[in-house]
Design a protein around this ligand. Structure first.
Ligand code: GN1
Ligand code: MG
Length: 357
C-alpha cells in the first residue's frame, strides 16, 4: 500500500504499528481500503475524489447532518464516521487529497447483481427504509454536493457538447447510441416538467442506490453505505437507480449484451419491498410517476457513461479502453428491454399502490 494511506491512518488510529490495508469494493469514484488491525478490528479508509466532490467539506457536512437526523426506528443502519486526533473528519495528505475513516459493517456482504427474488425484496426494503429514515432530515440545510447530478436535461446537454467536441475521436462508433438516447429523452417530457415544477417534492434521498451500496447480513439488508451523494433529490432517483442495477439480470459492465434483460420478477419484488416501507409517505404525484423512474435513471446513467466515453474517460474509473462503452451499451439494452415491459411495469406499480396491504 502506498504511503499516504499509512500516514493518514496514523492520524485516525494513532499507535497502530502495522495495520493491514487492502483495496475494498467496486466504486467508480473514490478509492476505498479495508483496514485490519492486529486485534481483529476493521475499518474503512477512503480517499475522496476531489475532481468529483469539489467541496469535500460540504460532503462531510451532509454526512453529519444525515447521521444526526436519521430516524433510529427504521430497519437499516448507516456506517458512522470517525474523527482524527486533530478532531477532523477529513485529513489531507501532502498531495492535498482528503481522507476519512468510516465504520466497517461487520459480518456483512454486498452484491453486484441479484440472483434471487428475496434479495431483490430485501433491497427494496432496505432502500425504502432509508427513505423513511430520512423523513425528518432538514432538506434546506443539506448542500448539493454535485450540482445538476440527476438533472436529465443537463445531462443531455453535456452529451450534446461531448458529441460536438468529440475530444477522443470516438463519435463515429457510437452515433447509433446518441440517436437512441435522444429518442428516449423525448418520452420523459412529462416527468421532467413535474420534477422541475416541484410538484414532485424535494426530499433527502440517497442519490446512488445501486445494488452494491447495500450491505446484507444473512438474508437481510442491514445497512446502506456510500453516503456521499445523500442530499436533496427525489424518490424518482432512488427508486429508478435501484431498479437499473437490481432488475438487470447481468452486471453493469456485462460484455455479452444477450445477457442483459429487464427481470420482471426482480422488479416486482423490489417494488414490493420498497413500497412496503414508503407507500404511506409518498404523495399522489410521486405515486403517479414512479413507474417511469427506471427509464429516467437508466437513461441518465447511459448518457453519463456515453458522455465520458466521448470525452476520453475522464470521470469514471475504467479498467480497459472500451469500459465506458460497454457500460453505456448495457444501459441502452436495458432500456430497450424495459420498453417492451412498460405496460406490466405500470400496472404492477399501480396495483401495489392501491392494494390495502
Ligand atoms: C458512481 O461511486 P459509485 O461507483 O457508487 C456514480 C454514480 C453512478 C455509478 C454507476 C458520485 O457511483 O452516480 O450511478 O457510479 N457516483 C458519482 O455505477 O458520480
Ligand atoms: Mg458512490
Amino acid at each position: 500500500m502506498e504511503l499516504p494511506a499509512r500516514e493518514i491512518l496514523s492520524l485516525f488510529l494513532p499507535g497502530e504499528m502495522s495495520p493491514g490495508i487492502e483495496p475494498l469494493g467496486n466504486g467508480h469514484i473514490n478509492d476505498t481500503f479495508l483496514v485490519r488491525l492486529s486485534d481483529g478490528c476493521k475499518y474503512v479508509l477512503q480517499r475522496l475524489n476531489q475532481k468529483v466532490f469539489k467541496d469535500t467539506n460540504a460532503v462531510m457536512h451532509n454526512y453529519k447532518l444525515l447521521e444526526n437526523n436519521f430516524l433510529n426506528n427504521v430497519d437499516v443502519s448507516l456506517p458512522g464516521v470517525y474523527r482524527s486526533v486533530n478532531n477532523n473528519l477529513l485529513e489531507f495528505d501532502k498531495h492535498g487529497n482528503p481522507w476519512r475513516l468510516i465504520e466497517f459493517v461487520e459480518y456483512a456482504y454486498s452484491l453486484d447483481h441479484i440472483v434471487k427474488k428475496e434479495q431483490s425484496y430485501q433491497a427494496g426494503f432496505g432502500y425504502g427504509a432509508f427513505l423513511k429514515g430520512c423523513a425528518k432530515c432538514p432538506v434546506g440545510e443539506f448542500q448539493e454536493v454535485i450540482p445538476e447530478f440527476h438533472n436529465l436535461k443537463w445531462r443531455m446537454q453535456q452529451l450534446d457538447l461531448a458529441v460536438e467536441q468529440d475530444n477522443a475521436n470516438r463519435l463515429s462508433a457510437v452515433t447509433d447510441l446518441v440517436s437512441f438516447y435522444r429518442n428516449q429523452y423525448v418520452r420523459l417530457n412529462g416527468l421532467i416538467a413535474v420534477l422541475n415544477s416541484r410538484e414532485i417534492p424535494v426530499r433527502i434521498v440517497h442519490n446512488d442506490t445501486k445494488i452494491n451500496n447495500l450491505m446484507y447480513r444473512g438474508e437481510q439488508v442491514r445497512a446502506v453505505v456510500d453516503l456521499d451523494t445523500v442530499g436533496p433529490g427525489s424518490v424518482i432517483y432512488d427508486f429508478g437507480d435501484a431498479i437499473r442495477t437490481i432488475a438487470n439480470s447481468s452486471d453493469e459492465d456485462e460484455q455479452e449484451l444477450g445477457n442483459v434483460a429487464f427481470n420482471m420478477d426482480f422488479f416486482k419484488a423490489f417494488a414490493q419491498g420498497y413500497l412496503s416501507q414508503t407507500k404511506d409517505m409518498l404523495t399522489d404525484t410521486e405515486k403517479f410517476h414512479l413507474w417511469q423512474a427506471p427509464l429516467y435513471m437508466t437513461l441518465i446513467m447511459g448518457v453519463r457513461f456515453l458522455t465520458d466515453y466521448l470525452n476520453g474517460d475522464i470521470y469514471y474509473k475504467t479498467e480497459y479502453e472500451s469500459h465506458n462503452l460497454v457500460r453505456t451499451r448495457v444501459q441502452s439494452k436495458l432500456i430497450a428491454s424495459m420498453e417492451t415491459n412498460y405496460h406490466p411495469i405500470k400496472t404492477i406499480v399501480e396495483q401495489m399502490l392501491t392494494d390495502n396491504q
